[in-house]
Design a protein. Structure first.
Length: 147
């Protein structure tokens, strides 16, 4: 399972992977939220409201899957830059958790700056401890996770 966290990806693959994952997450959430919202407007009773609350819990699964995929992309991108990916994943996760508190909003900004940094910073031009230089040609195979 942790073999998925090894290797390197270039900037193009990192950005494309995030855009694809966000698109899938958006579509999945719309498939849950829109029908539930329409039903909640059509039927107004307390029993149905508790069912709606349970349906919203279904949004946790795609969000967690996206987060895992996002962390994998970030780890591989950190490897391309020459940084230890696990450290970056932990720092990003801590920043996002602490940023939930409104008085610590700057942690969210720091996380977004890190994401933007990986979009801009070129990787090392030669083989490093995390593997060979990623191919210049974009491939959808680089976006797949295999366990």
């Amino acid at each position: 399972m942790f073999g998925v966290l090894s290797g390197r990806i270039d900037r193009r693959t990192y950005v494309a992977g995030n855009l694809v994952a966000l698109g899938v997450l958006f579509i999945f959430c719309c498939l849950i939220v829109v029908p539930v919202a329409i039903l909640s407007l059509a039927v107004a009773n307390k029993t149905f409201d508790s069912i709606i609350s349970l349906l919203y819990v279904l949004l946790i699964l795609p969000a967690l899957l996206y987060y895992f995929y996002f962390i994998v992309l970030m780890v591989k991108r950190a490897h391309d830059v020459g940084w230890p990916g696990l450290l970056i994943a932990i720092l990003f996760t801590v920043a996002m958790v602490l940023g939930r508190d409104s008085s610590l909003w700057f942690f969210n900004v720091a996380g977004l700056v890190l994401v933007a940094f990986f979009c801009i910073k070129p990787g090392t031009k030669s083989r490093n401890t995390f593997g060979p230089v990623p191919r210049k040609k974009f491939s959808v195979d680089n976006l797949k996770l295999t366990f």
